[in-house]
Design a protein around this ligand. Structure first.
Ligand code: AMP
Length: 118
């Protein structure tokens, strides 16, 4: 069973923020911003490549609830999902990073072409 499936089942502890029948949100263990939350579906979906439009629609509503809960909807935030090797996906269970609490940088996405021309 994957790491995030174990978090869903409370077999691994997590610092949960919000939960409903289909989704859970918890603090990232290695935060890359003052606020770094992960939002995941409870059912196992490998990545964004496999998610259905129906689940994605509900995920959108869930993410909107999270940012209201932690009060960053006005100050702003970033939503990221990493996909596959080039995307830097380490945990193969669909998750959305929600980053906020500070002005976020926007640079250096590729080590192989630091000039940014791909
Ligand atoms: P990704 O690289 O997009 O697959 O993101 C995986 C994220 O999961 C990383 O930001 C990790 O810091 C985070 N992570 C790994 N293990 C845990 C855990 N037990 N609890 C919370 N976050 C975790």
């Amino acid at each position: 069973m994957c790491l995030f499936c174990k978090i869903v089942r409370n077999e691994i502890p997590s610092n949960k923020i919000l939960e409903d029948d289909e989704f859970v949100a918890f603090h990232d263990i290695n935060p890359k911003a003052p606020l770094h939350i992960l939002a995941i579906p409870k059912i196992h979906v490998d990545s964004f490549n496999e998610v259905s439009p129906e689940l994605m629609a509900k995920m959108t509503t869930f993410i909107q609830k999270i940012v209201q809960e932690v009060k960053i909807e006005k100050s702003g935030y970033r939503v990221i999902t990493n996909i596959g090797d080039n995307g830097g996906q380490e945990v193969k269970h669909l998750h959305f990073h929600i980053l906020g609490g500070a002005k976020l940088k926007w640079d250096h996405f590729s080590d192989s072409d630091p000039q940014g021309h791909f």
